[in-house]
Design a protein. Structure first.
Length: 172
């Protein structure tokens, strides 16, 4: 809903005009499949050139680059956990991804940020639990970062959208 600070949309994240879009990257930051591949294709080769200067990114951390040919000014690259059943620190690590992205959003004074459902593709994180963590961290940051005007969760398919709708309907 327009006016809501946490919003859902079904879209290709590379088309969005947020201040920053988030990339679900891998530790190399050198591109891959899924949303990572789509972002690199849409941003153009300059993105990979900048990523090469950054070195590896540990799981749970985030790095920021320019958006190049994307409508978004910035790309925040974060590395989500691979799902191994949930007892190997995956929830904490996924929460840390969102926190790392929000720390960069604060540092760069970003007003709008769009996230894909980190780890829920190739990395196999169950959508419902991942959406719950994403919504929890978004609510937390909205309560304390007054510069941040909107957080957009970009759902690439209906199942993902349903998972976020359910998470948003749950009490904080
Ligand atoms: N826009 C929005 N969401 C998308 C798009 C898009 N264009 N494309 C895919 N998604 P994934 P992961 C959704 O696999 O699980 C890469 O190879 C997708 O439906 O992209 O964190 C990296 O290099 C899913 O809901 O990321 C890593 O090696 C979500 O984005 C690895 O995949 C995340 O799916 C990371 O795996």
């Amino acid at each position: 809903m327009p006016g809501e600070k946490i919003q859902l949309t079904e879209a290709d994240i590379t088309t969005l005009q947020a201040d920053a879009i988030v990339n679900a990257a891998n530790n190399s930051l050198l591109g891959g499949g899924g949303v990572d591949g789509a972002i690199h294709r849409a941003a153009g080769p300059e993105l990979l050139t900048q990523c090469r200067t950054l070195g590896c990114c540990p799981t749970g951390e985030a790095r920021i680059t320019k958006g190049y040919r994307l409508p978004a000014a910035w790309v925040i690259h974060t590395v989500g956990p691979v799902w191994h059943g949930g007892a190997q620190g995956e929830p904490e690590m996924l929460a840390r991804c969102y926190q790392s992205c929000f720390a960069l959003a604060r540092e760069y004074g970003l007003r709008t940020i769009a996230f894909p459902a980190i780890s829920t593709g190739v990395y196999g994180y169950p959508k419902a639990e991942a959406a719950r963590i994403a919504v929890h961290e978004a609510r937390r940051v909205m309560a304390e970062n007054k510069t941040l005007a909107a957080i957009l969760f970009v759902c690439f398919n209906r199942d993902t959208r349903l998972a976020y709708e359910k998470a948003l309907a749950e009490k904080p």
